[in-house]
Write a protein of this length. Structure first.
Length: 125
């Protein structure tokens, strides 16, 4: 990191987008890339993270899917200290078993990776 720059980790934010009723958009930067939104992917399971594999849950690996994908592959981390942490398990319980959602158009893999990096920079490291 360049001298004088401070890294700022942002918490998960969940949004409803008018163009995608019934889906929950996710970002950690406060904005969604136009034509590059990511949504919670209820077709895949939420994974609990525990210190040393035991003990209380310290975070979740949350599956997300790009609007141009028909099958998601990305996950983001959400720590216990983030505001939406307590909502994730009930959201998955309510929406599972998730159903596959048709992709809204198509996007090339490089664009999807760039959109992920723009919206979840700390999850790219």
């Amino acid at each position: 990191m360049a001298a004088g720059l401070k890294r700022v980790d942002m918490a998960l934010q969940l949004l409803r987008l008018n163009a995608y009723p019934g889906r929950i958009a996710a970002t950690k930067t406060g904005s969604v890339v136009p034509d590059g939104a990511f949504f919670l992917d209820f077709a895949r399971p939420l994974k609990a993270l525990r210190a040393f594999g035991i003990g209380p849950v310290t975070g979740f690996l949350v599956p997300v899917i790009h609007q141009g994908e028909s099958r998601g592959g990305f996950v983001i981390s959400v720590s216990r200290s983030e505001p939406y942490f307590v909502d994730l398990k009930p959201l998955w319980a309510h929406h599972q078993p998730g159903h596959k959602v048709a992709a809204a158009g198509s996007a090339d893999n490089l664009a999807i990776v760039a959109d992920f990096a723009a919206q979840f920079p700390e999850d790219c490291r």
